[in-house]
Ligand binder design. Structure first.
Ligand SMILES: [Zn+2]
Length: 110
């Protein structure tokens, strides 16, 4: 159900910026480490956007890679799927420093 509230806030932002114009496309940015499932967002969107000016808007998801920072040497890297070890010093003292975002990048209106 997490996606429902997220989708609702996206719709609020979109309608606010559309200022009464019809929305054609919504460009969203979704990070690799974001817990958002884009299929679910699309599913809820189809339901809640129905009676609004954004009813026919296409959702476009741009995926951005996750980013981690090594606490030992400060190296910033994009982790692969198998390992989160620092590629520079092989430390496992790393933290997520990017790729958790989920936001509206822009909208296209008529
Ligand atoms: Zn390191």
């Amino acid at each position: 159900m997490h996606e429902l509230s997220v989708t609702q806030s996206i719709l609020d932002i979109v309608l606010q910026h559309a200022k009464g114009r019809k929305v054609q496309q919504v460009n969203l940015v979704i990070g690799q480490f974001s817990s958002i499932v884009d299929d679910s967002v699309q599913f809820y969107w189809d339901i809640i956007a129905k009676e609004t000016l954004a009813a026919e808007a296409k959702l476009h998801f741009e995926r951005i890679p996750g980013e981690m920072t090594c606490n030992s040497c400060g190296h910033v890297f994009h982790p692969g799927s198998e390992t989160f070890l620092c590629p520079s010093c092989e430390s496992n003292a790393v933290r997520v420093s990017g790729g958790q975002e989920f936001q509206v990048d822009s909208i296209d209106v008529e």
